[in-house]
Design a protein around this ligand. Structure first.
Ligand SMILES: [Zn+2]
Ligand SMILES: [Zn+2]
Length: 381
């Protein structure tokens, strides 16, 4: 070897290769739990935080900004019609708003006061799914089931034990012959295997209790279910709203679109409930919920159900409740191997792992380092 200083080149190669790989790894679009700074105290500021100012508002009041709350209720189906194009919602606490609040309170198991009491406002500002609770004017949540919900607190139910699961109007489902559904990720997101694994775990929750199976495919446009992270207006008339507010939405069968708000602080692994960031949202929890929509379930008034419309930040809820299972088995039947319990048998992700959303695994890093080393060696010798 003619080179007088081979050790120097080896050193340069290794330093350069590790520098390059670290540059790539640090380009995280979504933060890792362990890298977050402690958040300020108090409730997280979200898209609907200003609604807290309406505390105590009731019928007849006129309060600056109430029109935004009406838009909120209209968006989730509680006010049936948008105002004419020539005018906006008024700031008056009118009959339509009072009626919307009462229906909302019924659906969310709150005291039906028709007023913006603190308990109601606490529920309203929680982050939630973008799918409406009332579709085409019909709620299949609790407010739409009053005639059937007689078994609670009543030893002689007039009808039968109540389920609160709901279905989309017309009860759409994937066709009988389609037991395997394919899913794909929007190529532009370039998701890591760790992230894809979160979605696989979420799909597994549903296949555990039904005959359905799910298989990832690379063919995005040919897949039955198409998953992507998007920001703001992304072309389907349901724009995302930044931090918190609506977190994600999905369409009923057999549409297959599943969109997540790229602006959220998605937690892929690690204990979301111990996160210092008040806006941390657990990815698997939201994925399990949205897959319920993709398969045909609407929202449920059962708070323990994954199909309940809201989820607090820093909360993990991934185990199907009895209500969810009844709903999905109503549509698809049961998995012959299902033993009647998901609470312990559902696959749990390793919560001690705090891998970032976009990361390179050890072997990829090693391979890349070796490649860089060989490349530099080739140039010098
Ligand atoms: Zn939903
Ligand atoms: Zn969308």
């Amino acid at each position: 070897m003619n080179n007088p200083e081979p050790y120097l080149f080896i050193l340069i190669a290794f330093v350069l290769s590790f520098f390059l790989t670290n540059v790539v790894v640090s380009a995280r679009l979504f933060p890792n739990v362990s890298t977050w700074l402690p958040a300020a105290a108090g409730p997280p500021a979200g898209a609907w935080d200003a609604f807290r100012n309406f505390s105590g508002c009731h019928h007849g009041d006129n309060f600056n900004g109430l029109s935004n709350l009406k838009s909120y209720f209209q968006r989730f189906g509680y006010i049936p019609h948008a105002p004419p194009l020539t005018s906006n919602f008024s700031d008056e606490f009118d009959d339509a708003l009072e009626s919307a609040i009462k229906t909302y309170q019924k659906n969310f198991n709150l005291n039906i006061t028709g007023e913006l009491d603190d308990e109601t406002l606490r529920q309203i500002v929680l982050p939630r799914c973008g799918v409406a609770d009332i579709i085409n004017g019909t709620t299949s949540m609790k407010a739409g089931k009053d005639n059937q919900t007689t078994s609670f607190g009543n030893s002689k139910p007039r009808f039968h034990t109540v389920s609160h699961f709901s279905l989309f109007p017309g009860q759409p489902r994937w066709p009988e012959g389609m037991q395997e559904l394919t899913y794909a990720f929007f190529p532009g997101n370039e998701l890591s295997d760790t992230v894809k694994g979160v979605f696989a775990a979420a799909f597994a929750r549903w296949s555990e209790v039904t005959p359905l199976t799910f298989r990832e495919t690379a063919a995005y446009f040919g897949a039955d279910i198409r998953i992507g992270f998007f920001s703001g207006d992304h072309g389907d008339g349901e724009p995302f709203d930044g931090i918190l507010g609506t977190l994600a939405h999905a369409f009923s069968p057999t549409n297959g679109r599943f969109h997540l708000d790229a602006a959220e602080d998605w937690v892929v692994s690690g204990d979301v409930e111990k996160s210092a960031l008040s806006t941390a949202v657990d990815l698997e929890s939201v994925a399990v919920h949205e897959i319920g929509h993709l398969l045909g379930l609407g929202h449920s008034s059962v708070e323990e159900a994954v199909m309940f419309p809201t989820i607090s930040s820093r909360r993990k809820k991934v185990v199907l409740a009895e209500d969810d299972i009844q709903g999905i088995q109503f549509l698809y039947g049961t998995n012959p191997n299902y033993n009647g319990s998901t609470a312990t048998s559902a696959p749990e992700r390793d919560s001690s792992n705090t891998a970032p959303l976009f990361s390179w695994d050890f072997f990829t890093l090693l391979t890349f380092n070796i490649f860089i080393f060989c490349f530099i060696r080739f140039i010098y010798w």
